[in-house]
Design a protein around this ligand. Sequence first.
Ligand code: PHE
Length: 350
Amino acid sequence: MSLKENLEKLRDNGLQDIANSNEEQVLNDIRVKLLGKKGPITDALKSMKDLSAEERPKIGAIANQIKKELTEAIAKRQVELVQLVIQEKVKKETIDVTLPSRQTKKTGTQHILNQIIEDIEDLFIGLGYQVISGPEVEEDKYNFEKMNIPKDHPARDMQDTFYIDDELLMRTHTSPQQARTMEQHDFSKGPLKMISPGKVYRRDTDDATHSHQFHQIEGLVVDENITMADLKGTLEVLVRHVFGEDRKIRFRPSYFPFTEPSVEVDITCFACGGDGCRICKQTGWIEVLGAGLVHPNVLRNSGIDPEVYSGFAFGVGPDRFAMLKYGVEDIRNFYSNDVRFLEQFKGEEA
Ligand code: PHE
């Protein structure tokens, strides 16, 4: 093989190696091997002294040309490799903005009791009721006396509470809101229709079904000619909304000092449909709330003439509703704020 052919082969292989190199270190080794002091090009240039004067410039030109080509190819590949490294890095670090974010903070959820209360509020607002809240520290006068429970009335025993002083107490029910709203109402503007949700307090020993603080939603309608039929129709709408469209209700006679007649309201069991099961204790019925027609004394105590007006009232326990609806066996779960319990009700919001 002539020197020229040798050089050309060297160039072809060299270019091939340069193109195949995929790391800067490898490329550098190739550069040293091809163009270094002990490399073949240097050798070739050194050996030119043995050539004829005629051949020398030709081979010299070829050798220099090849040296130049290889040097340029190496420089070009060098730039490519740098780019390649950058591209790889960019590819690895690409942020996919469509990915869901990593959850570092937990989002909370509305408390299940507030969900139930707001759901019932929405229902009654749709029926034309006002939603009114009242004081939790209440006067004896409103909590008991105006509700037809005079001092020393035995019914007070059922609702023992926390007294601030002789005349001030933590309200035992939301019924004082009846007297408060009746006193304020102007019948020339239409009937009184209100619900009043809130916390109430009793001096109960806390157990699975009792808590010293729980919730009620009072309901009150006062107008001319309000009857038990109005009460029944309204409660039917309520229980069907909360417990399902197939629910039937029944009234059982009961006693509250502030209603006459008074009733306990049962619904057909939502678990078995009325056949009898564990939840309804085999009776097919579940007691859900107390209600009645507003006692004439209560109307009178708030300046309303019972000869002209009548009304119905009911008291709902949202805690009890939630326990029944979701099978919660211990009321204290609502108040102990264990996130594992509470987050089960994520997304129940209407
Ligand atoms: N206030 C009664 C209670 O706490 C419930 C109730 C309200 C009953 C309105 C009748 C009418 O037990």
